[in-house]
Ligand binder design. Sequence first.
Ligand SMILES: Cc1cc2nc3c(=O)[nH]c(=O)nc-3n(C[C@H](O)[C@H](O)[C@H](O)COP(=O)(O)OP(=O)(O)OC[C@H]3O[C@@H](n4cnc5c(N)ncnc54)[C@H](O)[C@@H]3O)c2cc1C
Length: 576
Amino acid sequence: MIIKHDVVIVGAGLAGLRAALEASRYYDVAVVSKVFPTRSHSGAAQGGIAAAMGNVEEDHIDWHFFDTVKGSDYLADQNAAEVLVNDAIPAVYELEHMGVPFSRTPEGKINQRKFGGHTRNYGEAPVLRACFAADRTGHVLLHTLYDQCVKNNVRFYSEFFVTDILIKENIIRGLVAYDMIGGEFTTFHCKAMVFATGGYGRTYKITSNAHANTGDGLGILLRAGLPLEDMEFVQFHPTGLYRYGILLTEGARGEGAYLINNEGKRFMEKYAPKLMELAPRDMTSRSIQTEINEGFGINGEDYVYLDLRHLGEKKINERLPEITGFCRKIAGVDPVKEPIPIQPTAHYSMGGIPVTIDSEVLADGKSQKVEGFYAAGECACVSVHGANRLGTNSQLETVVFGRRAGKAIVEFLKENGTEKADLPEDQIKTSIDRVEGIKNNKGDEKVGVIRHELQETMMRKVGIFRDEQKLKEMLKKVRELEERAEHLQIDDKGMKFNTDLTEALELDNLLHFAEIIVSGALNRQESRGSQYRTDYPKRDDVNWLKHTLAFKKEGEFIFDYKPVVITKFQPKERKY
Ligand SMILES: Cc1cc2nc3c(=O)[nH]c(=O)nc-3n(C[C@H](O)[C@H](O)[C@H](O)COP(=O)(O)OP(=O)(O)OC[C@H]3O[C@@H](n4cnc5c(N)ncnc54)[C@H](O)[C@@H]3O)c2cc1C
């Protein structure tokens, strides 16, 4: 079956919906998503969305700009970071006017809380910058944007699993998807497309990410011969619920929670005396892991405590109802009375699809665009977060750059809107054959076993601390797993809701880019942001102040580099 729309958007998280809303003001827009839109991972976002509104105390856009660049360990492209911070305030007001129920100050303004790395006066002390709706910010943003899209007649194709894109002569033509409900392959034919497929936390065993976060968009782009940028930078969030990885928002520390070790000490005073628990995530996660490695974990185990007790029951229930509910229901811990066991959890992918500040996908990662193709949100690398993202800057990125993608498409279609370029039949066939091949494969390997081995070894060897030996071992392991994945056995031979098959497709995507994460980390002989090499513990601006680009050509990975855009803030030593 072939379905035609002017614009097709893959992904129904905040980035996809924001782009859809913008483009649907003028064009016929479809959103394709493998999960029901409001089940996208954006809905799990807790703590807030950054904007230097100054509603509660003095704040300035330039401070936000500085914090974002310093937080990124100077790898952010400053032209992009400037767009992010400048667009932040109008973007939040726009959301408010759409009906987002933000938490309020007593006089009725949007309330703001503290978050890691967001500071007053260029690093002096934490500042109240994150706009929030209790600890359910992503939930209310996602539902509001979904409402708005429905109102604008955006057409949704839910539970369609996109397998490949169709590009010919460097022009985007459409995509192939497996319609899980109908049980058949569907081709979408369009004039412009946005990828907003989210992150890939599921490459790791302990993660805050939804099961759907398998980075499919990135695997799809690699198969299409397009590059990925800065994939070695994977953020570990400091406070995942011990053993489960479920996120306990940084908003908890923003409200004043402490991190304590087995001696009952607030150990962050050793690592970040000025910002303490509100240091950026890369530093805080490393500090927790160091405490654990040096024997200061609680009862000698792999966790420390997040302590909320001194905040008092009223504030805890009012500001942090969601996460305290998780603690009670899942871990049997009542944060009003007991400290919460936590460990760092794989959380966010700084790298992704290289794009311009108007969200246009770059075929060579540098300047050549793919006509009609855009990417935004966590799957994209624009790069506003560089080597380490600040909390609350990601939801901001989704709405700012999703909106820009929508606007760019409207402009693009004014010139290129007359007819749809033809579909490459051979590519459609190759895509369907690949999926059928996986489904009908006769082997002795199981998806779950290979995925578990990948996640478990990535956790141990490409986690918070990395070194050459562990990375080389992991490279060998990924290649072994790739080879074993050739021998998968899919038990379900049906076509309707074949989750055995979709999990195999997700695994294929995970394995496709896992090698790039590992090789990128191995190549980068320095420590910067989330990439910490114990054998190269210093940042090396002379050799490594540059972005990694990785392509897959004829089965081999090729690496290239491009300079960082520096406009205002020269790299300095990073102290907090
Ligand atoms: C627990 C948690 C809490 C967070 N809290 C915050 C916070 O407080 N503040 C903040 O700024 N950031 C936060 N983040 C990060 C932020 O929420 C995400 O980075 C952001 O929401 C990602 O949005 P997105 O639109 O790019 O992707 P997602 O919301 O992840 O959506 C991805 C979409 O792509 C679709 N998709 C993927 N693959 C396919 C395929 N093969 N076929 C079809 N569809 C596909 C999915 O169905 C989904 O609709 C948090 C993240 C997590 C995990």
